[in-house]
Design a protein around this ligand. Structure first.
Ligand SMILES: [Zn+2]
Ligand SMILES: [Zn+2]
Ligand SMILES: [Zn+2]
Ligand SMILES: [Zn+2]
Ligand SMILES: [Zn+2]
Length: 837
């Protein structure tokens, strides 16, 4: 029997699709990477009985990056990133082992059906999957096509089965357009970001230059916010006068009349009108007209509108909204939520989808009425040809949606998605959203949310109602996130500029630019407005679309765009003083910040320690800045000096329960030996004779990680310890010992360095009042019981890997023996030879 291999974009989608196609009769098992499952069943395919194997990836399999050496910020001129630096595709998440997983599962399969989401990214992933698996699949028989692409817009029985019956081919051009965008973003973004970060890093003490990034999309998004901000700043309110008159008709309450001039800005002119009107005792009706006015029902929902409504009415950020919408899509509640289309295709089954909602407790009655009266055609919108508008595909009840915390959000979202959908088939009068919402106000599930909605107001923005004659007079509002951008990737950009601290989200989900955000945008404007204006980006987007349509050549578009940005980059570098002038106003120069801490090895003057992130040392005499390890405290290390460069050593500590090690400020930024990388402390330094280096203080291979060495911490007494120089393993030993030293000799059985311990007379564990003992920490019977394994508590969550595993590890056996030579060669001549050949 032949095998059909099928791949979806996410594990949950694979499960839903397999369930639909197998009519619930598939058997599932976990894949080798633990994250993806494989669902198997038999059925018919192209007229033959086959075995189906459905699985998934987890988003993109690969990601684009520069090859190794071009990732080194110090060794590469950012200008080289535009053309010279080669790129390669790497596994997007090596931990998932996705390529291996796909290859194992696809081996020996005969056909592949690609069920990735139907947008350009999905198309791109199709080819990532094919690249991984095609060499392992069975050869095609004759000229048979073996690669198929399923096209679908929602996870419903009808849509999925239809897709299976009408399989097509993956679209190479659409995939290429994504490749082009990835490469442009990588090259342009990295070049500008690296240049600015390095340039400003050394200049301002209170500026965290690790935050200065440039993105061809992200920066124009920030530009919008700052532009709004500038307009608000420069707005000058002006006084104006309005005349209102009240007329009485019998005993009825007075009727207020509006002025046909609306307002005047001149006080005297206003007074003149008042004087003219003041004495009048009567008002005469001059004309009466009656006109029927209709308030248009909304157009069908697309992504941008969904994000806008979610933000303005539900207070949900775009990223968050997108996550929820995607989840609803995955579970089959709504159609694919990334679409620009606002028009229902002729053959779309409106009635069928509406029927699904007939029993809803929210709008079931309205829907039933609609179905019996017959539905109106939805308003005409724009058909971009990607997907139908976002539409609910099946009814949701509170029981089904379960999980409490999630429910409120899903319901809010679903309500708003359904709302315009129901509306597009009928006029809004029938649909009393407020009324139906009120009925839910006492629900234990989402009552609080509903009440909040009702009190805050659930009105849609006054769209389409044109009062006609009033000129805008109030100050412009701050830019709110829902007014930005036009494509489904906005959530990502907005999230980026929030995370980079260029804007903060104020109440009402307004975006307020920070000092840094404002300076950056003003600086770009001053140097090259194209870097902030959305015009050049949208021109690039157009080119990318032409690639997707097969009308433009991938390499030409890439080359052309990179040429433009390369020239812009050089101009930017030459004109950076323009940005600098603005920075000077907002940030203090590095020489004016920080406290004197340790001496510079070049000029022997004190360098200043700048505590603000990223913490650094700065020598104002030499005008040099030196990086330090982050997320810990830095202090002077006994005025000891690095033997290589005479810089005074500093001690980095991550807290009392963490690790500490000495650092040479110069060597940390400029590794002295070729087997060292930037960012290594003395506990990783391979200096053959320095008394603070790994060679002098290293004891043995780490008990947990592959590459780490346990290094003795001479500052740790009286709670002596050694810590791994790679992972967060800390080994406590010889508590209360008077003195601990690492010997030159090593253990005969395990090669670990011996330690020399001077115990306190009163607390010595040694027999006959002895106080000194030399032995191997791992093998010596006296020492074994005095050793305890722990894990350092780190401030930064990134370093917490493995922190869950706790326990005591001691003695022989914990340490893997015989796996090659775990420790750096102890032989000093050999070590020296290695460095100086
Ligand atoms: Zn100096
Ligand atoms: Zn040094
Ligand atoms: Zn050193
Ligand atoms: Zn380790
Ligand atoms: Zn030993």
């Amino acid at each position: 029997m032949r095998t059909v291999f099928m791949v979806a974009e996410k594990p949950s989608l694979a499960q839903s699709i397999a369930k639909i196609l197998s009519k619930g009769s598939c058997s599932s098992r976990k894949g080798l990477n633990g994250a993806c499952s494989v669902h198997e069943y038999t059925g018919s395919f192209m007229g033959q009985n086959v075995r189906f194997k459905m699985t998934s990836v987890c988003g993109h399999v690969m990601s684009l990056d520069f090859i190794g050496k071009y990732n080194n910020w110090d060794k590469v001129d950012p200008a080289e990133l535009f053309s010279k630096a080669p790129t390669e595709k790497k596994e997007a998440n090596p931990k998932l082992n996705m390529v291996k997983f796909l290859q194992v599962e696809a081996k020996g399969c005969d056909y592949v059906v690609l069920w990735l989401d139907c947008d350009k990214e999905g198309e791109n992933i199709c080819f990532e999957v094919l690249d991984a698996i095609q060499p392992l699949m069975n050869m095609s028989y004759g000229n048979d096509c073996t690669v198929y692409r399923a096209k679908f817009s929602s996870i419903t029985d009808t849509d999925i089965c239809n897709a299976m019956n009408r399989l097509g081919e993956p679209n190479r051009n659409e995939a290429l357009s994504v490749d082009a965008r990835q490469e442009l973003d990588l090259r342009i973004g990295c070049a500008f970001t690296r240049f600015q970060t390095k340039y400003f890093q050394g200049k301002y003490g209170n500026l965290d230059s690790s935050l200065i990034s440039f993105g061809p999309c992200q920066t124009p998004t920030l530009g919008f916010c700052v532009e709004r901000h500038d307009k608000i700043q420069s707005f000058k309110p002006e006084a104006y006068w309005v005349i209102q008159a009240k007329v009485f008709k019998g005993k009825d309450s007075p009727l207020t009349l509006d002025w046909d001039r609306v307002r005047v800005f001149d006080r005297d002119v206003g007074q003149m009108f008042v004087n003219m009107a003041k004495t009048a005792k009567e008002a005469k009706v001059e004309s009466v007209s009656k006109k029927e006015k209709a308030k248009q029902r909304p157009i069908a929902l697309n992504t941008v509108e969904m994000l806008r409504v979610a933000s303005s009415a539900l207070g949900m950020g775009p990223q968050h909204t997108m996550q929820i919408a995607e989840r609803l899509y995955t579970q089959g509640y709504i159609s694919y939520p990334r679409t620009e289309t606002t028009h229902y295709p002729e053959n779309f089954d409106l009635k069928g989808t509406l029927k699904q909602q007939a029993n809803s407790s929210f709008w079931g009655e309205t829907v039933k009425a609609l179905l019996s009266e017959g539905i109106n055609r939805p308003k005409k919108g724009v058909d971009v040809g990607d997907h139908p508008p976002i539409t609910p595909m099946r009814a949701a009840s509170e029981n089904e949606l379960g999980i409490f915390t999630f429910t409120c959000l899903i319901l809010k979202c679903l309500g708003y998605i359904s709302y315009p959908r129901t509306e597009t088939t009928h006029y809004p009068e029938n649909f009393d959203l407020k009324g139906t919402l009120k009925q839910q106000a006492n629900s234990s599930f989402w009552g609080e949310t509903v009440k909040a909605l009702l009190s805050e107001g659930i009105n849609r923005p006054k769209k389409g109602v044109d009062v006609g004659d009033h000129p805008p007079i109030t100050p412009m509002r701050a830019a709110s996130e829902n007014e930005l951008g036009t494509d489904a990737s906005i959530p990502v950009h907005i999230n980026n500029i929030c995370q980079r601290n260029y804007v903060t989200v104020e109440s009402g989900r307004k975006l307020k630019p920070t000092n840094l955000g404002i300076v950056l945008v003003h600086g770009y404007y001053k140097i090259d407005a194209d870097l902030v204006l959305p015009t050049i980006r949208s021109a690039v987007e157009k080119q990318l679309n032409l690639i997707a349509l097969g009308k433009a050549n991938f390499h030409q578009v890439l080359q052309h765009t990179l040429d433009i940005f390369k020239r812009k980059f050089h101009y930017f570098v030459d004109s950076i003083a323009g940005m600098d002038e603005l920075m000077e106003v907002s940030f203090s120069p590095i020489a004016a910040t920080g406290k004197p801490l340790s001496r510079c090895g070049k000029c022997h003057r004190f360098m200043k320690y700048i505590q603000a992130k990223p913490s650094r040392l700065h020598c104002s005499h030499c005008d040099e800045t030196y990086s330090l390890p982050q997320n810990g405290a830095i202090k002077l290390y006994k005025e000891l000096k690095c033997p290589l460069d005479e810089f005074e050593l500093v001690l980095w500590t991550s807290g009392s329960r963490g690790k500490s090690y000495p650092v040479c400020p110069y060597c940390f930024s400029n590794p002295p030996f070729r087997d060292m990388k930037k960012g290594m402390g003395c506990n990783e330094c391979t200096h053959p004779s320095c008394q603070h280096s790994l060679n002098s203080l290293g004891i043995g291979q780490c008990v947990e990680c592959e590459t780490g060495v346990l290094v003795f911490d001479p500052t740790s007494g009286p709670k002596w310890r050694m810590a791994c120089n790679k992972c967060n393993v800390v080994v406590h030993f010889f508590e209360h010992a008077h003195k601990v030293q690492v010997s030159q000799d090593s253990c005969d059985s395990c090669e670990a360095s011996l330690v020399i311990v001077d115990f306190n007379k009163t607390r010595s564990p040694l027999p006959d009042g002895e106080t000194q003992h030399t032995g191997c920490v791992f093998c010596d019977p006296v020492f074994q019981d005095l050793v305890e394994l722990k894990h350092a508590t780190m401030r930064h969550p990134m370093h917490r890997a493995g922190g869950a595993r706790r326990g005591r590890g001691r003695g022989r056996g914990r340490r893997p023996v015989g796996r090659g030579n775990p420790k750096k060669p102890k032989d000093k001549m050999a070590a020296l030879a290695a460095y100086f050949v």
